[in-house]
Design a protein around this ligand. Structure first.
Ligand SMILES: [Zn+2]
Ligand SMILES: [Zn+2]
Length: 167
């Protein structure tokens, strides 16, 4: 999983597991031990990850048979629906991160080293409000990903000219 660039501390009014259990109950589903393992792992620290990252991570820590691949995919979808995780598309795959209790933010994505950097700026919120007002729209959220090359990668490219960047 990638290095962390966090925008702020996590303030969680109610443990994610409890919140997820409530969501499942409303859906007529049960909190299974497999779901519990996934939620505990996902909420142990803030990160940006895809399903394969999570599968590999769980495999390193547990016997692989404890949590099946389809269960991981299904549970990630449920966590998004429950408002606990947020999902974005990067390089044609889903990338997940905490939504619940985590401050609103946007991302810069380095196309060379594939790291995601988080940022928050009120200027963007002001633009969102202004655009929404113009279109008589009630905004609830937005997604913005600035694509480009991070400072580290720019420096490396300058130091070793002729070395091609990863796509
Ligand atoms: Zn980079
Ligand atoms: Zn993020």
């Amino acid at each position: 999983m990638s290095k962390q660039y966090q925008v702020g501390p996590i303030e969680i009014p109610e443990p994610p597991l409890l919140r997820f259990a409530e969501y499942l109950r409303a859906q007529g589903k049960r909190m299974t031990s497999q779901r519990q393992i996934i939620v505990n792992e996902v909420f142990s620290h803030h990160d940006h990850f895809d399903a394969e990252d999570l599968i590999n991570h769980l495999r390193d820590r547990l016997a692989a048979r404890e949590v099946s691949r389809p269960t991981i995919y299904r549970t990630l979808g449920e966590l998004v629906e429950a408002g606990l995780l947020r999902r974005m598309i990067l390089r044609e795959r889903y990338v997940y991160e905490h939504q619940y209790g985590y401050p609103e933010h946007d991302h810069l994505y380095c196309q060379s080293c594939h790291q995601l950097f988080e940022f928050h700026t009120d200027a963007l919120i002001k633009i969102r409000e202004a655009v929404a007002r113009e279109y008589h729209f009630t905004p609830t959220s937005h997604r913005m990903i600035i694509m480009g090359i991070c400072a580290d990668c720019q420096r490396k490219a300058e130091q070793s000219p002729g070395v091609s960047k990863r796509a």
